[in-house]
Design a protein around this ligand. Structure first.
Ligand SMILES: C=CC1=C(C)c2cc3[nH]c(cc4nc(cc5[nH]c(cc1n2)c(C)c5CCC(=O)O)C(CCC(=O)O)=C4C)c(C)c3C=C
Ligand SMILES: [Fe+2]
Ligand SMILES: [Fe+2]
Length: 345
C-alpha cells in the first residue's frame, strides 16, 4: 500500500479509528437499467430524464410530459431494444465499465484502489464515494469517462459527486479527470483501434463515419463545448488515419435524437442513407464519444444503422467496437489516470 502522510500519531484522540490516507480512482459512466424489462427501464429513464442538466426545460413544464407521456410509452420500446443487446453479465455498459475498472486495477497495482459507478441507476456514485471514504481512501480521483465535455455528461456526474460530498463532515480530497477529446493518448488509441478493426474486416471502407451522441443544438449556442470538442476529436483522428488510409473519407454525424427540439446535425441515420444513395457501397461507423459499447452503439448503430445503410443501397457495413477494455483503450486510460495521480505522489 502507498505510504501515508498520516500516521496513527496524527489522529486526534477522539478519532481512534480514523483511517489512514490512501488514494482511489472512481471511474464513472452514464448508467443503465438494472434489467431489460419495462419496470427497470422506467425507473432508469425517470431518474435520467428528470436531470435538469439533461433536459433543460423548467420542471413545471417538463415533468407532466415526462410522467404523463414519455414514461408511459418509451420504457416498453426501450426495454425491447435493451433485450437485443443484453448479455450474461447484464447491460453491456455496466459489464464493460466493470471490466475497465478491473483492468485498470491490474495495471495500477495495489497502491491505488480502483472502483466504478454510474450517474443514473446502480452502482450509484454516492454509495461508492461513501464506501471508499469508509474504507480509508481520503483522496479520490473521480473520472467520468466522457472524452468530450458537456453539461449532460461530465458536469452532471461531478454534480452527483458534489451531492455525496455535501453529506460528509470529513470529506476526501478530490481530483476530477478533465475531458480528453484532444489528448494524444486518446487520439492515438482511437486511430490504432480503428486501424486494427478495419484490417480484420477483409474490405476497405470508402467512408468512415464518426458518430457522436447528439445534443440539443441550443446547448451549443449556450456555450456547451461538446460540439466543438467532437469536431476537434474528429479532425485529429482523421489526420492520423489519413496517413495510413488516404483513400478513406472521414465524416462526422450525431445520433440518438430525442424529443422535438433541433439537435446537432447532421443526423447519423440521414448520413447513412444519403451516403448509400450517393453510391457509397462500403461504410464503417465508429462512436468515439462512447468509452464503452452500450445500447446506442450496439442497437442503434450496429443494428438500425446497418438497415438504414443497406436499405438505401449500401453493400458492406461494419459498426466498429468502442475502445472498451481493449489494449489501446486501457493504455489510454492508464496514461490519463497516472498523469492525474502524479499530483498526489
Ligand atoms: C456520450 C454522451 C452522451 C450524451 C451527450 C447524451 C445526451 C443525451 N441523451 C439523452 C437521452 C437518452 N440517452 C440514452 C442512452 C444513452 N446515452 C448515452 C450517452 C450520452 N447521452 C449512453 C452511453 C446511453 C446508453 C445507456 C445504456 O444503458 O446502454 C437514453 C436511453 C435509451 C433510450 O430510451 O433511448 C435516452 C432516453 C438526452 C435527452 C441527451 C441530451 C441532453
Ligand atoms: Fe443519451
Ligand atoms: Fe462547434
Amino acid at each position: 500500500m502507498k505510504t501515508s502522510r498520516f500516521t496513527p500519531m496524527d489522529r486526534p484522540a477522539d478519532h481512534p479509528a480514523a483511517p489512514v490516507g490512501r488514494a482511489a480512482v472512481l471511474i464513472t459512466n452514464l448508467g443503465t437499467p438494472d434489467a431489460a424489462e419495462k419496470g427497470a427501464v422506467k425507473r432508469y429513464l425517470a431518474e435520467f430524464l428528470s436531470d435538469r442538466r439533461v433536459v433543460e426545460i423548467p420542471p413545471i413544464a417538463w415533468q407532466p410530459i415526462l410522467r404523463g407521456i414519455i414514461l408511459n410509452t418509451r420504457p416498453a420500446k426501450s426495454a425491447h431494444a435493451y433485450a437485443q443487446v443484453w448479455t450474461e453479465d447484464g447491460s453491456p455498459l455496466a459489464a464493460i465499465t466493470r471490466r475497465q475498472a478491473e483492468a485498470l486495477q491490474a495495471r495500477l497495482g495495489e497502491s491505488v484502489k480502483v472502483d466504478w459507478a454510474m450517474r443514473y441507476g446502480n452502482p450509484a456514485i454516492g454509495e461508492k464515494v461513501q464506501a471508499l471514504k469508509d474504507a480509508g481512501y481520503d483522496r479520490i480521483l473521480f473520472a467520468p469517462l466522457y472524452p468530450q465535455y458537456s453539461g449532460a455528461t461530465t458536469a452532471t456526474a461531478v454534480d452527483r459527486l458534489g451531492d455525496a460530498l455535501a453529506k460528509m463532515r470529513w470529506q476526501p480530497a478530490i481530483r476530477t479527470l478533465p475531458p480528453y477529446h484532444d489528448d494524444p493518448a486518446y487520439i492515438e488509441a482511437l486511430a490504432a483501434d480503428v486501424r486494427r478493426q478495419i484490417a480484420s474486416l477483409g474490405w476497405e471502407p470508402e467512408v468512415l463515419l464518426l458518430s457522436y451522441h447528439g445534443m440539443p443544438e441550443r446547448t451549443l449556442h449556450l456555450g456547451d463545448p461538446y460540439h466543438c470538442q467532437c469536431r476537434k476529436t474528429s479532425r485529429l483522428v482523421a489526420d492520423l488515419l489519413g496517413k495510413t488510409h488516404p483513400g478513406m473519407r472521414v465524416e462526422v454525424s450525431f445520433q440518438s435524437r430525442f424529443g422535438r427540439a433541433k439537435w446537432l446535425e447532421p443526423a447519423t441515420d440521414q448520413v447513412l442513407e444519403s451516403e448509400a444513395k450517393a453510391g457509397v457501397k462500403r461504410l464503417a461507423v465508429v462512436a468515439p464519444g462512447f468509452s464503452a459499447d452500450c445500447l446506442e452503439t450496439l442497437e442503434e448503430l450496429a443494428m438500425q444503422g446497418r438497415d438504414q445503410f443497406t436499405g438505401a443501397g449500401g453493400e458492406k457495413f461494419a459498426a466498429l467496437a468502442c475502445l472498451n477494455d481493449s489494449e489501446p483503450g486501457m493504455d489510454m486510460l492508464e496514461t490519463l489516470v497516472r498523469r492525474e495521480l502524479m499530483g498526489w505522489a
